[in-house]
Design a binder for this molecule. Structure first.
Ligand code: DOR
Length: 441
């Protein structure tokens, strides 16, 4: 695998970066961790220099491949500290590299919860050891994610947190949420909400609808998401703070975001691949792999989410990568933990949507890379000359299946195993070096 200091040349690659209006078949050269040349004869013009300086170049024949800005995940659970048997920072970042990610924002529902500087620092130290995609901790909004007392956000920020969230639980108390927004605004950090009115979802296992009735499972109504999102958008307007809604799942939430954006409120939102692809019908047969929070909804919701992503009403795709072991999944539906993995699958799951829906390829690239980077306050990966080399090489025509035996993640909880996927990551460059290269099968 090429290492630092070497020259990396992608020959004849279709370079696509909507943020700098680039879409052309060119050579792209990476030198000293930066994109140094982009152009039809970039590698030819470099040859005399390489010869004169006796530098080694690694040349990748990238015909029929696309080179994109590397992806940024706003929402992953890497389970360290506390649940390393499901995932740890190293295995999570390995999975991220294989999925094309250069940056991963990591939720604080670890054990102990990331509500103090020491946990934030531990995550960052583990990521530095790995030396791959960059990890960005998200600190908790409230101590222990209990929804009562605000964390020392200044301290979390100083230690490296890029935002705050109690993801997994919702900040139910409006006064606590208001203060959280006001406090976080001092540091320009987004407050990331898991929108769920817990009083409306007590004991719920799946979306409330016809399927939950047929299966005899307690339902999680859409309104439990909508009511919190509506309140929060009003609080974001009132405080002027940066608000971000995690994993939206309902058509009502789309309407609320649409209005918030049209009124210029600083609210952003993300959607997961599974909410863009699956309905509650996937749960039939008590499929614990499809138990997730918020739950899979109905066709009308899925269509509204895809259209909202296409229109930019939903800004970003986030995986909500939530690893669980067979202990938490191979059990009765009500006892199963919610969540599914996503880092290695996301691109292969979503590229097909650009053929079957209004979602354009440019918007998808933006939603996987530039838009989430801006929300997280990270410099967006870019193909522009001079940018840090954070790139993903994909084969858009490859059809493949996710095989858990070859997974990089420690957990395999996905309903998409063995299903045909289109579009595969061949190589990821992050932190100026190749952090993933697919071995030919
Ligand atoms: O399905 C989910 N799983 N939703 C969440 O909000 C939390 C996550 C987890 O940590 O497993």
């Amino acid at each position: 695998m090429p290492v630092d200091g070497e020259v990396l040349i992608f020959r004849n690659v279709r370079a696509k970066d909507p943020a700098c209006e680039l879409d052309a078949v060119v050579d792209v050269v990476v030198e000293e961790g930066r994109v140094s040349r982009v152009g039809v004869d970039a590698s030819e013009s470099l040859k005399p220099e390489l010869l004169a300086e006796q530098r080694r170049a690694v040349v990748i024949d990238a015909s029929n491949r696309w080179l994109l800005p590397a992806f940024v995940d706003l929402h992953a659970h890497l389970r360290e500290p506390g649940h390393e048997y499901k995932e740890d920072v190293h295995s999570g970042l390995r999975a991220a590299a294989a999925g094309g990610y250069a940056h991963v924002c990591v939720m604080p529902n670890t054990n102990p919860v990331n509500d103090t500087r020491s946990v934030t620092e531990l995550m960052l130290r583990r990521a530095r050891e790995f030396n791959g995609p960059r990890l960005h901790p998200i600190g908790a909004i409230t101590v222990g994610q209990r929804g009562e007392q605000l964390t020392e956000m200044a301290d979390l920020r100083d230690a490296g947190a890029i935002g705050v969230s109690d993801d997994g639980v919702c900040v139910m108390n409006s006064q606590v949420m208001r203060r959280a927004l006001e406090y976080a605004a001092n540091f320009d950090m987004p407050v990331i909400q898991h929108c769920e009115d817990h009083d409306l979802t007590q004991g719920a296992d799946m979306h409330e609808g016809e399927v939950s009735s047929r299966l005899g499972l307690r339902g999680w109504p859409r309104v439990a998401e909508d009511v919190i999102l509506a309140r929060d958008v009003l609080l974001a307007e009132y405080t002027g703070a940066r608000y971000h809604a995690a994993h939206l799942s309902t058509q009502g939430a789309v309407r609320i975001m649409q209005e918030a954006k049209s009124r210029g409120i600083s609210a952003t939102a993300e959607v997961t691949p599974h909410h863009l692809l699956l309905t509650d019908e996937a749960v039939i047969g008590y499929q614990t792999a499809c138990k997730v929070n918020p739950p899979l909804r109905e066709r009308g919701d899925v269509d509204a989410l895809v259209n909202a992503l296409a229109d930019g009403v939903i800004d970003a795709v986030a995986t909500d990568h939530a690893p669980h072991s067979s202990l938490e999944k191979d059990c009765e539906f009500s006892a199963a933990s919610p969540g599914l993995i996503g880092l290695e699958l996301c691109f292969g799951l979503l590229l097909g949507l650009t053929d079957t829906s209004r979602l354009s390829l440019n918007r998808l690239i933006d939603a996987l890379s530039t838009a989430p980077a801006k929300i997280a306050g990270i410099a967006p990966p870019s193909l522009q000359v001079g940018s840090a080399a954070e790139l993903v090489l994909v084969d858009p025509e490859a059809t493949w299946e996710f095989d858990p035996r070859h997974a990089h993640s420690k957990s395999h909880n996905t309903p998409f195993s063995g299903k045909p996927l289109k579009g595969r990551v061949d190589m990821t460059v992050a932190a100026g070096r190749v952090v993933f290269q697919r071995t030919p099968s």
